[in-house]
Design a protein around this ligand. Structure first.
Ligand code: HEM
Length: 159
């Protein structure tokens, strides 16, 4: 049961990373409505990931790494955990500013330079410079850690 939740959680975070990349591609090609939909989908997937992850923690499931290069593994794990925690406020700030801007534009993304909307989108562009790389790092390292534990992990609790 916990193992299945673990697998599902890593699938959701990896897909959220892919949809995030799609969202970046869409905005770079000027498709703002599609960008918004992609980013809301990526955020929903990341929320599902968080719920699954917390459920797994609640079940007390733990795996210990028993493979080579333990130091490198720990570095990967610690950086992953710190950036995963940072990703939540970063994503909320990106979404909050985009949403406020969207409302201020009269729900018309052709109107993002309207005086009421412009500052929100300026902040949105500023925050996403951090949110996108952090989110991608967390998704990619989450996948790597999952694979490493799959090959070199030993269940220590809740298996
Ligand atoms: C309600 C959801 C969202 C809406 C309505 C929205 C809308 C926008 C708009 C209007 C722009 C500016 C486009 C332009 O200058 O032509 C933009 C840029 C961008 N947004 Fe979003 N966005 C949303 C969510 C997100 C999220 C969650 C992320 C990533 C975490 C994100 C990442 C980006 C990126 C990377 C850019 C391009 C920045 C640049 O290169 O200047 N967006 N978004």
């Amino acid at each position: 049961m916990a193992e299945t939740i673990n697998t599902l959680s890593v699938i959701t975070i990896v897909i959220s990373g892919l949809v995030l990349l799609l969202g970046v591609y869409l905005i770079k090609s000027g498709r703002r409505e599609a960008h918004m939909k992609a980013m809301l989908t990526a955020s929903t997937l990341a929320t599902i990931f968080l719920v699954l992850y917390l459920t797994r923690l609640g079940l007390g499931y733990e795996k210990k790494y028993i493979g080579p290069n333990k130091g490198a593994y720990l570095l990967l794990l610690v950086s992953h955990i710190i950036l995963a925690a940072a990703n939540l406020p970063l994503a909320l700030l990106a979404l909050w500013n985009a949403w406020k801007g969207y409302l201020a534009s009269g729900r018309n993304l052709g109107n993002i330079d309207a005086p009421a909307a412009r500052p929100f989108f300026a902040r949105h562009r500023l925050w996403v410079k951090w949110t996108v790389p952090v989110w991608l790092y967390v998704a990619v390292t989450g996948w790597i850690i999952y694979l490493l534990l799959h090959n070199y992990g030993e269940v220590t609790r809740g298996g």
